[in-house]
Design a protein around this ligand. Sequence first.
Ligand SMILES: [Zn+2]
Ligand SMILES: [Zn+2]
Length: 215
Amino acid sequence: MLQVKKFVFNPFMENTYVLFDETNACVIIDPGCVEKDEENELTEFIQSNNLIVKQLINTHCHIDHVLGNAFVKRKFNVPLIIHPIEEAMLRAVKSYASNYGFSHYQDSTPDSFLNEGDQVVFGNQKLEVLFVPGHSPGHIAFYDAATKILIGGDVLFENSIGRTDLPGGDYDTLINSIHQKFFTLPDDVTVYCGHGSETSIGFEKRTNPFCAIAQ
Ligand SMILES: [Zn+2]
Ligand SMILES: [Zn+2]
């Protein structure tokens, strides 16, 4: 069964996720680790649970979600996988990283790509890839129907939504993504967000001030 381990890394308080199952295979999603102690925390979890890292995946390539990409690629010798539209966002990070105080940011390049309808396959898992642009133009999310787990990135938060004022962001596109891709999932799906605590599809449908469905 799919299990989720969450870490909160870097000054943006970004949620880094390790997904794993009974085979000990795992994938790392959005590694935001930037300090040595954050890198150690991630490594220690992987090693103490005897996990084998199969892939490194970004939901999208804003700086807070990719700060640890180079470290994870090097440390675990795994491919970086993103949506093709997001490659330009990833390439842009090095041009603005120092503005946020990350003068030692190390660039990373994707090794392969995921599109809507593809699957993230590792261990006994097959996660569905959802294309959910709006916060970022090539944003993807990962859904496991068996456990009703959604790794949603910066699309939907507890009573909030992702910002749309960054390059490539678009408010109407984001609201459409939420309604068409997230709110069509069962109400009891748990959403693991890119920041803050978990929420559920049903809770956000009822209470989210940006996109609640009137009942
Ligand atoms: Zn973001
Ligand atoms: Zn973020």
